[in-house]
Design a protein around this ligand. Structure first.
Ligand SMILES: [Zn+2]
Length: 447
């Protein structure tokens, strides 16, 4: 696992680090949030990057794994939000820490003797941290939300915050969940003072999917997130640790508005690669598409079969050449390796702007987008206007540095450096431009 020892305290680094992932915060939001009081304070007192380029697919789970390991997918292994589970209506998500193949920052911090909290942080189920509220939702009938969370998190801590703030929940509507998480984060800061606190707030993402990327509702949620940010900052002030705390606020991806959805397994069914029974359920498959919203990952059952590979490629190219099918590009295994996604997928389809994918194998290939899914992500990370934001302020952070563009894999090494730690396997670089101190780790060039 490399060097996990905390280096001697370099002057001016952070004693406490609070990371707030605002799911769906994008570069386009800068002009709105700079007018909101708490974001404004962070922006004016610290440094920020106007564009954060994500990784492919630009989905929440792969990107959070990249944030927390500093690595591309080929190293951390979180290739999508959901696992490949052909035919299953609601596949399992990558909920659990054991699925990340390189050490995430929270493990390294814990091994170095730091106190760590994770609140709805993706892929942190069963993570060995001090205070863990895992993000897990039921995907099977009769599964209990409470039992899932308690059995894969820190039960006494969860029961404690439920007792204190459970009245805020009122079901798991995302805005109420964010209120609960912000209250729990403030409580942790006030009374437990974790050295590293990772917080994931969800309502901006849910609202953008439902109402559109730049909808009035999304702007309203940005204001609500500002209030929550203020609440968390106040907790640090009240408990006397504000000056020793670094705050990082970042997004994971932006969105494209969509008008149609592509039921991609319908195409594989039409090509004879999928068989359905009389009730329309999957009975046999040679190739299956895992839908990633703006892209789709196709995997062959027999990955050594040249004829299955050729047949699948032919079907996908026919689809791409159909101007009405909404397909922008087809990538093969070699290109997927070059994009640093590893070797678990055989083909990727990228949707055209205005289109997204579902894993359905229903009758129609193309249907209007669902009325509660007006914006999508999961597309290639370098699409125009498709970047997210990174804000940093507080202990160890310079004032007034504005970086034009960084890569999402640069975040993890920078977070580690703020705590005097290193991410030994990171692909990204430490953003030394924004740090007041010289990190001990040799600076790496971003790849
Ligand atoms: Zn997200």
């Amino acid at each position: 696992m490399g060097n996990i020892n905390k280096s001697p305290d370099p002057e001016g680094r952070a004693k406490y680090l609070v990371v707030i992932s605002l799911d769906g915060l994008s570069s386009a939001d800068l002009k709105i949030i700079k007018e909101l009081p708490h974001f404004k304070e962070i922006l004016e007192s610290g440094s920020h990057a106007r564009e954060v380029i994500g990784i492919y697919p630009t989905l929440t789970y792969p990107i959070h794994a990249s944030i927390i390991t500093g690595c591309y997918v080929q190293k951390h292994g979180i290739v999508a939000n959901t696992r490949l589970q052909p035919g299953r209506e609601k596949p399992e998500w990558f909920w659990f820490r054991k699925e990340i193949k390189v050490p995430p920052l929270y493990d390294i911090a814990r091994s170095a003797g730091l106190k760590v909290g994770t609140l709805l942080w993706p892929t942190a189920g069963n993570a060995k941290v001090h205070y863990n509220l895992p993000e897990i939702i039921p995907t099977k009938p009769r599964q209990s939300q409470l039992w899932l969370v308690l059995s894969h998190g820190t039960p006494l801590f969860i029961l404690d915050i439920l007792r204190r703030f459970g009245r805020l929940l009122k079901g798991i509507k995302r805005c109420n969940l964010d209120n609960f998480v912000a209250a729990s984060a403030s409580y942790l800061i006030r009374f437990k003072k974790p050295d590293l606190l990772l917080i994931h707030l969800l309502d901006l993402d849910a609202t953008r999917h439902r109402s559109g990327f730049q909808s009035a509702e999304a702007k309203r949620v940005l204001k609500e997130q500002d209030v929550r940010l203020g609440q968390i900052m106040k907790a640090a002030r009240d408990s006397g640790i504000f000056r020793e705390t670094a705050f990082i606020i970042l997004g994971d991806h932006a969105y494209l508005d969509v008008h149609h959805r592509i039921n991609i397994n319908t195409a594989l069914h039409h090509a004879g690669l999928i068989s359905l029974d009389g009730r329309g359920k999957l009975s046999r498959w040679k190739a299956w598409a895992n839908a990633c919203d703006g892209s789709a990952q196709i995997t062959l059952k027999d990955r050594d079969s040249k004829s299955d590979r050729d047949c699948t490629f032919k079907a996908l190219m026919e689809l791409k050449n159909n101007p009405h099918a909404g397909i922008e590009a087809v990538f093969d295994r070699k290109q997927i390796l070059e994009m640093r996604l590893g070797d678990s997928i055989d083909f990727i389809l990228e949707a055209k702007e205005g289109y997204c994918f579902t894993a359905s194998s229903g009758k129609k290939l193309i249907e209007p987008a669902k009325t509660d899914h007006r914006a999508a992500h999961g597309y290639l990370p370098d699409r125009k206007g498709y970047s997210s934001l990174f804000l940093a302020s507080g202990a160890g952070i310079k004032k007034g540095v504005v970086l034009h563009s960084i890569n999402i894999v640069d975040v993890g090494p920078t977070l580690a450096a703020l705590l005097g730690l290193t991410l030994p396997e990171a692909d990204g670089r430490i953003l030394t431009e924004i740090l007041k101190f010289k990190p001990q780790q040799k600076e790496k060039e971003s790849l």
